[in-house]
Design a protein around this ligand. Structure first.
Ligand SMILES: Nc1nc2c(ncn2[C@@H]2O[C@H](COP(=O)(O)OP(=O)(O)OP(=O)(O)O)[C@@H](O)[C@H]2O)c(=O)[nH]1
Ligand SMILES: [Mg+2]
Length: 391
């Protein structure tokens, strides 16, 4: 499957930059293309200069809102991010159109933090504009949710996240939810290592996008997972996960070694990888709420067998009982069994509901505080009413 990727704001731009790196890897290691165009859009010129893989020209790193922001961002006011994106949308569309292999694109992927200003405001507006323009191509959004400490200390965080997700879910064909906090759960040092988190965010897309683009027979599975399967799976709230089990090496005489090929071990490793994918989903959710699901098994051709694919299907079926499940096998990896899982059309996501509730309460709080401030200002005015003014 081939994507046009557009990153908005600082977070979106950096994650898009990782997608550009993924495409380089696909080209170098596998001789295939999975991204037809990769763009970063921001109101902040410095953020755009900090990227490494997206082409550095003005048509790939697109500065918007010049006069309004002076190139310094919108300071977390996502309404301003939305306004600027609407005004400058032609500039962005013109750039996207120039993508060299645009006609081969299967879908758009827009990426942004839901909590910031520029990306949070711009992503739903741009989704809407692209949708009106390219009706035949699906548009997916990758919405990155804030760290827990930001929700506690920065007031706008929850409000921005809630308004961004509400708007996005109304226009995007599917919204991938990625919870930053999930990536520091195991390894707290990651908190300050956003680049590593960004790599972990895009990694599950590597095999998923490559599988349907392979040209060589030996890398084509018995059941190919192609763009059609992915497009049929992605609807509404969506999560993605990825798990990997290393194949044990056995030593042969004369210093040679090969991977262990025992059917029960293969099955065990496959289930272990799927288990990891499910427990490492990009946001916590209940698989039973999924209306659609997909899994892709990647393993060395010699280790792949249809029983394993079937077992994985049964394993997923037990968890996502209501879902229409699609699958594929991809004879590729060396020395490991990898599983990518997508759960889509989720009927409920607690975290999103939580944002909506808290943001509504926040609006009430702001109103109450405004009334209090106005009252206090009136008091000062009253106290000064008998003084002369110099104006
Ligand atoms: N995963 C990840 N999260 C990031 C990254 N950069 C920022 N964030 C998160 O994104 C949120 C802030 O959004 P930004 O993308 O910085 O905001 P912006 O869209 O540039 O908007 P303004 O700076 O207000 O104009 C916070 O929750 C950060 O933790 C990144 O590279 N990776
Ligand atoms: Mg910024």
């Amino acid at each position: 499957m081939k994507l046009v990727v557009v990153g908005l704001g600082q977070c979106g731009g950096r994650v898009a930059d990782e997608f550009a790196r993924l495409n380089r890897r696909a080209r170098a290691q596998r001789g295939i293309e999975i991204i037809t165009g990769c763009f970063a859009v921001n109101t902040d010129a410095a953020d755009l200069s900090g990227l490494s893989n997206i082409k550095p020209d003005y048509q790939h790193r697109i500065l918007i809102g010049g006069r309004k922001t002076g190139g310094h961002g919108v300071g977390k006011i996502n309404e301003l991010g939305a306004e600027i994106a609407r005004e400058d949308s032609d500039k962005i569309i013109d750039a996207i159109r120039t993508a060299r292999r645009f006609f081969e694109t299967d879908a758009f992927m827009l990426v942004a933090s839901a909590a910031g200003g520029t990306g949070s405001g711009a992503i739903s507006i741009l989704t809407q504009v692209i949708k009106e323009r390219y009706m035949d191509k699906p548009i997916y959004a990758l919405g990155i949710l804030p760290f827990a400490h930001e929700e506690e200390t920065e007031e706008r965080t929850i409000y921005n996240t809630a308004t961004c997700l509400k708007s996005l879910s109304a226009v995007a064909d599917a919204v991938f939810l990625i919870d930053n906090q999930r990536y520091v759960r195991k390894d707290f040092s990651l908190k300050n290592n956003l680049t590593r988190i960004n790599q972990l965010i895009v990694e599950p897309f590597y095999n998923l996008l490559c599988a349907g683009e392979e040209k060589k027979a030996k890398h084509i599975g018995a059941r190919i997972l192609d763009a059609g399967d992915i497009i049929q799976t992605l609807v509404g709230w969506t999560v993605i996960g990825y798990g990997k089990s290393s194949l044990p090496l056995i030593r042969l005489p004369f210093g040679r070694s090969r991977h262990f090929r025992d059917k029960s071990t293969e099955t065990h490793l496959g289930i272990q990888a799927m288990d990891e994918a499910i427990s490492e989903l990009s946001i916590r959710c209940n698989p039973a709420d999924a209306g659609r699901a997909l899994y892709l098994l990647s393993a060395p051709a010699r280790e792949m067998n249809m029983d394993l694919v079937k077992e994985l299907g049964e394993y997923l079926r037990d968890m996502a009982g209501e879902a229409v499940i699609r699958n594929g096998d991809y004879p590729r990896e060396k020395g490991s069994v990898d599983v990518t899982v997508i759960l889509s059309e989720l009927s409920s996501v607690e975290k999103v509901k939580g944002y909506y509730g808290k943001a509504t309460a926040f609006i009430e709080d702001v109103k109450t505080r405004q009334v209090e401030v106005e009252d206090k200002l009136k008091d000062i005015e009253v106290a000064s009413k008998d003084l002369p003014s110099l104006l």
